[in-house]
Design a protein. Structure first.
Length: 625
């Protein structure tokens, strides 16, 4: 009898199979290739939730693994398989549900696109890769799916590659994340050389024997990969530009796949990371820097998708801060909560973008009246993001801030500042794009795009009510709480009030803007971090590339071309020598022989009288001499 756990590989297999079918025959299938991926994800979602609730009573102690040998070399086996526990099943449920709703939403958003079926093939493969990463039981399989996630993000960010900003953004994302993946790959090799295995269970078993020094090196190298994938400082520069892809792609990248992969990896390998206090400190510092920096940069963005992109970076910084504070359950709770409300925000904004054909919040306005469904769902996502009860973002962010309070007052202060900044930039977007009066016509809200965001609204609301009790099952214990009851709530409320005063109430801002202009310019230029990378990394690489290109063209190609010219000259001389010396000598011999034969042929007349005459003349000459 087959155990229900053995059906787990079907969760990523369904969308993978759908991706292959859609890629090769999507245009000839019903729905031009959209229905097969959606049906496959419905099966994956159903199976994920069934497994979650099937084993929910056994959490947090429940864990099941199954492996198969990938290869054996020198007596060392590399196994791949899947692992079921509270962490993987909860993440799998979020990924499948969010991805399913994004696929349905894409039917309306991508309608009329000339590569419609290819889009759904890429999107389905993206989901399959992330699900494989989530359910893997070894670093080896995680790394394979990790790189496949990166490939899919490259394909989808640059999906509209006819537009130069799109293909440049895809290349930037691919190369930037590759920098982090170098560290991840070295960390993977380091672990394999030490324990001769990549399985999580073997790593968790051997950490105590290998010591803190091993944990520090391995975890820092792996975290470099997470910095790239989850767009943490300083490898965050790719994420804002990734908004050049279709909005549903942005929703999937920011909510359930690409950027979530790095944070999930740290949570999955938390026994390794938590064994080194220095690693946790590094994780917390990077997370705090990213949260504040991204929140500040979001304040001056006019592209609604870029505001949400910086918001994602900031919230992932919160997640890393919680993990760095040693509170894995708070980090995972916020990761799951963020997956729902960030998908909701992107998809709600996408409805406005799809109708108005602009991303600029100053060209929108009046969306509350023009697009009430999208406005209402965006408001729910915004309140959850800002940390307003009873939405899930409030409880998850409160847990993050509480974990910082219990460990470090400076980090606690930064977490509160991040909550304030979040409310300010989201309040700005809602006031300018949704509440500001506009004379524009009412937008058409398509059912195929509205239904997914309505469903996500209910999920975002209900997750706040049921998510907190569920997430404690990850650790089996209650987390720390902030004293002075709901202190965290004061900061987002203060942020919204600040946004209202600045953007909703007319007053003379010239003097304030004059004072803040240097800061404003620095934020507009992304704190010059991109310029720093261009000056320190890009330009030197281009210089070296041009230098090597010149060396190749002038020295290497010059040497090859010189050898070619010498060969041509030598062959020409050889040809001349062959024609005029060798052939000349042979031809001269033939000519002389021919000349003598021409003369001597007259001595061979065939007349006996002529021969007697010649003999007589010869005798006379002989006697005369």
């Amino acid at each position: 009898m087959v155990r229900i756990e053995h059906l787990t590989p079907l969760i990523p297999f369904f969308p993978f199979l759908a991706s292959a079918i859609t890629a090769f025959g999507g245009q000839r299938l019903p729905g031009r290739g959209a229905y097969i991926p959606i049906a496959s994800l419905f099966l994956s979602t159903t199976l994920s939730f069934y497994l979650f609730f099937r084993f929910y009573p056994l959490f947090p102690s429940y864990s099941f693994e199954a492996s198969a040998s990938w290869l054996v070399s020198n007596g060392v086996a590399v196994n791949v398989g899947y692992r079921l526990d509270a962490l993987s099943l909860s993440m799998g449920c979020m990924v499948t549900l969010v991805s399913l709703l994004i696929h349905i939403y894409s039917i309306g958003y991508m309608a009329g696109d000339k590569r419609y079926s290819l889009y759904f093939s890429y999107l389905s493969l993206f989901t399959s890769a992330m699900l494989t990463l989530v359910l893997s039981n070894s670093l080896f399989l995680l790394y394979i799916s990790w790189e496949l996630v990166g490939l899919c993000s490259y394909l989808l960010i640059g999906f509209w590659y006819e537009r130069p900003p799109a293909y440049r953004a895809a290349i930037k994302a691919f190369l930037t994340t590759r920098l982090g993946d170098i560290g991840f790959f070295i960390g993977l090799l380091y672990i394999f050389l030490k324990i001769h295995s990549t399985a999580y269970v073997d790593l968790e078993r051997d950490i105590a024997h290998l010591g803190e020094h091993f944990a520090l090196i391995a975890s820092v190298l792996l975290f470099i990969g997470a910095i790239g994938k989850s767009a943490q400082f300083p490898l965050h520069i790719w994420l804002p530009d990734a908004m050049e892809g279709p909005t549903p792609v942005s929703a999937l990248i920011h909510a359930a796949t690409m950027v979530a992969a790095g944070a999930y990896m740290v949570a999955r390998l938390f026994p390794l990371f938590s064994y080194s206090e220095l690693t946790l400190l590094i994780v917390a510092i990077i997370g705090a820097i990213t949260a504040i920096m991204a929140g500040s940069l979001a304040l001056v963005q006019n592209d609604i998708k870029r505001v949400l992109a910086y918001s994602t970076m900031s919230q992932l910084g919160y997640i890393m801060l919680a993990l760095g504070m040693g509170n894995m359950q708070a980090g995972m709770f916020h990761l799951l909560s963020h997956g729902f409300f960030k998908a909701l925000l992107f998809m709600s904004a996408g409805c406005a973008i799809h109708h108005l054909h602009t991303n600029d919040i100053w060209k929108m306005g009046g969306l509350v009246k023009r697009m009430p469904i999208a406005s209402f769902t965006f408001l729910i996502g915004m309140l959850s993001l800002a940390g307003i009860p009873p939405f899930g973002g409030y409880f998850s962010k409160e847990m993050v801030i509480a974990s910082a309070y219990s460990k470090s007052f400076p980090f606690f202060t930064l977490a509160l500042l991040g909550a304030f900044l979040t409310a300010v930039y989201m309040g700005r977007v809602f006031i300018v794009a949704f509440l500001r009066p506009s004379q524009g016509e009412r937008g058409k809200e398509e059912a195929v795009m509205s239904i997914p965001i309505i469903v996500l609204s209910f999920v975002t609301l209900s997750f706040g009510l049921i998510g907190k009790p569920l997430i404690h099952l990850l650790a089996g214990r209650e987390g720390p709480h902030i004293p002075f009851s709901h202190l965290a709530l004061l900061f987002p409320l203060g942020g919204f009030l600040s946004a209202y005063v600045i953007y909703a109430i007319p007053w003379d801002k010239e003097k304030v803007m004059t004072v803040l202009k240097p800061i404003h310019n620095a934020l507009l230029h992304r704190l010059y971090i991109d310029d720093f990378f261009i000056a320190v990394l890009v330009r030197p690489i281009f210089f070296l590339s041009r230098l090597f290109a010149d060396f190749d063209s002038r020295v290497v190609d010059g040497a090859v071309n010189s050898i070619g010219r010498i060969t041509l000259i030598t062959s020409s001389l050889q040809n001349w020598f062959d024609n005029y010396v060798v052939d000349g000598f042979v031809n001269a011999t033939a000519w002389i022989t021919g000349a003598f034969s021409y003369i001597l042929r007259y001595l061979q007349s065939g007349l006996v009288q002529f021969y007697i005459l010649i003999a007589l003349l010869g005798l006379i000459i002989f006697l005369f001499l």
